[in-house]
Design a protein around this ligand. Structure first.
Ligand code: CA
Length: 417
């Protein structure tokens, strides 16, 4: 009974917090003025959204977003969403300049859905973004997370970001699943009692609910109830509401999904109790049971498509990686992009004793072998989605995850970030 009362308390606290955030948001809407959509961003990280996002942005915009971070840092932009008017002529466009002023050199010009899923890095501590819309037709717009990253020489950069010394982090005991949040430093995890924990880059708090699998992407936090197998979702994530709204029941889980995964894009994946995998777009989350599509992959030199014996999967910025029950790995040879369809690309297989793979934002892919050995690939890009060769690392782990704030490794109850 004691634990039930505790749960209720958390629920009330969370409800009050949610109402408070809603009030703040209403205020923000009232003061919004589209003629003044330009903003200057400073600090260590933040988010940029086009006016009215995720609703259609207005016509005739000329927004300038300037980002300035500390000396000796660079800025990384992660494009969580990007949908502008579709036109070969770039009627609506985002121009990114490598410095905090208009006459800095142009890094990228994105229109249509060019920017979606992309990562853009500055060479210095300033960026200038100009978003222009013409006099007709809009789309959902732009949602970018930005963060400062350590400035390194270009020669060492592909190694650099994930090559810093491991930092020790206390974590709840007996973890069974783990994912990093959308915001830098935030973490979600569950233990072998199915308790849910959230880390806000400062301290752990317990979240109501009992889950056996958890996964986070920009569309929210997805969890599978440990008792009745239902799928729950927290959406409404923002800088002021990093834990998202309250859990919402979205599916009774007729497919009997046991492990849920989500990616940098708009898709979620589930592996059922017969090792078959399914995928769905997050816009269909409320009718998930009807919308799961079988995940079937066509492998080069192999006539029969693969439709089962899946153990784990991870999609990074450039490629997807699937670990099979026999320890081999399938990877997508071409960039899967935002209109994800696993049947539309060719997959290649590598044999081995893989236990798990994690491909997050950025150019690196991390693999954990069943004996605890850790391997890393560098230099994955949209032109070379699979990156370079696997390189053995000089440490062993029980669990690994590449996320937005870095790479997280665990050895028994000891956590490292
Ligand atoms: Ca337009």
């Amino acid at each position: 009974m004691g634990s039930t009362i505790l749960k209720t308390d958390y629920f009330i606290i969370e409800t009050i917090f949610t109402l408070f955030v809603l009030l703040l948001r209403v205020d923000a809407v009232i003061i919004e003025d589209h003629s003044a959509c330009s903003q200057i961003f400073q600090g260590r990280y933040g988010e940029i959204k086009s006016p009215d996002y995720p609703l259609e942005y207005p016509d005739n915009l000329g927004c300038v977003w300037t980002i300035k971070t500390s000396e000796n840092f660079r800025i990384e932009l992660n494009f969580l969403d990007f949908e502008l008017e579709k036109s070969a002529e770039c009627f609506d466009k985002l121009t990114i300049k490598d410095g905090a002023h208009d006459d800095a050199p142009t890094l990228e010009i994105f229109c249509g859905d060019d920017g979606k899923g992309k990562t853009v890095t500055s060479s210095g501590n300033g960026l200038y973004l100009q978003f222009l819309s013409d006099e007709s037709l809009g789309e959902r717009g732009i949602y970018i997370l930005w963060k400062e990253i350590e400035k390194l020489s270009l020669e060492s950069y592909p190694e650099g970001f994930f090559n810093e010394p491991w930092v020790s982090l206390d974590v709840p005991a007996n973890l069974i699943d783990f994912d990093s949040g959308v915001f830098m430093g935030s973490l979600w995890t569950i233990n072998n009692n199915y308790d849910v924990f959230y880390y806000d880059s400062n301290q752990w708090s317990i979240i109501p609910g009992k889950l056996k699998s958890i996964s986070v992407n920009q569309a929210g936090i997805f969890g599978i109830d440990s008792k009745n197998n239902s799928i729950y979702w927290r959406h409404g994530i923002s800088v002021t509401n990093q834990k998202g709204d309250l859990w919402k029941l979205v599916s009774k889980n007729k497919k009997k999904i046991q492990r849920i995964e989500s990616t940098n894009y708009d898709y979620i994946y589930g592996i059922d109790d017969e090792t078959k995998m399914y995928y769905a777009h997050v816009r269909d989350i409320d009718i998930l049971d009807e919308k799961w599509q079988p995940f079937v992959i066509n492998v080069e030199n192999n006539v029969v498509p693969i439709d089962s014996n899946f153990r784990a999967m991870s999609c990074g910025s450039y490629s997807c990686w699937i670990v099979m029950l026999d320890g081999s790995v399938y990877s997508s040879k071409t960039f899967l992009g935002t209109n994800f369809n696993p049947n539309s690309v060719t997959w290649t297989v590598s044999s081995g004793q893989f236990k798990d793979i994690s491909a997050g934002f950025g150019n690196n892919i991390w693999a954990l072998m069943s004996n605890g050995d850790v391997y890393k690939k560098n230099a994955a890009t949209s032109h070379s989605p699979m990156g370079g060769d696997w390189q053995k690392q000089n440490f062993q782990l029980d669990f690994i995850h590449a996320g937005i704030g870095g790479v997280y490794g665990f050895k028994k109850d000891k956590g490292f970030v």
